[in-house]
Design a protein around this ligand. Structure first.
Ligand code: AMP
Ligand code: ZN
Length: 111
């Protein structure tokens, strides 16, 4: 199921290193390499899904789990109890640069 030449497939498999903060059978989360907040994480399914538009009914539970993992990681981060921002960039007009679904998690300052 991993897509050839997909950066986040390679990060999920460990082929490319990342600073991982969470991992289970379905999801990995790691620090964004260019953080835009004191906490800036990416929550990524191990399954290759190109974007939010490419998620289907089959991915319903996975999407829900991604949101719960994101919430938990933000809450546990420094000053995360004050809230955070959670976002999917989708497609060229949404500013998506990496073609593997990922949920941005930002926290740690007033955004
Ligand atoms: P997007 O614009 O939504 O596709 O966001 C892609 C994000 O991936 C950006 O915030 C990048 O800083 C981040 N990114 C790119 N390469 C890496 C990497 N090797 N490790 C961690 N984050 C990365
Ligand atoms: Zn991928």
């Amino acid at each position: 199921m991993p897509e050839n030449d997909c950066l986040f497939c390679k990060i999920a498999s460990g082929e490319i290193p990342s600073t991982q903060v969470f991992s289970n059978e379905r999801i990995v989360a790691f620090k964004d390499i260019h953080p835009k907040a004191p906490t800036h994480l990416l929550v990524v399914p191990r399954k290759h899904i190109a974007s939010l538009y490419d998620a289907t009914e089959e991915d319903r539970d996975l999407l829900g789990e991604m949101l719960l993992v994101a919430s938990q990681l933000a809450k546990e981060s420094p000053n995360g109890e004050n809230g955070g921002r959670f976002g999917f960039n989708c497609g060229p007009w949404g500013g998506q640069e990496v073609g593997h679904l990922h949920l941005h998690v930002m926290a740690g300052k007033k955004l």
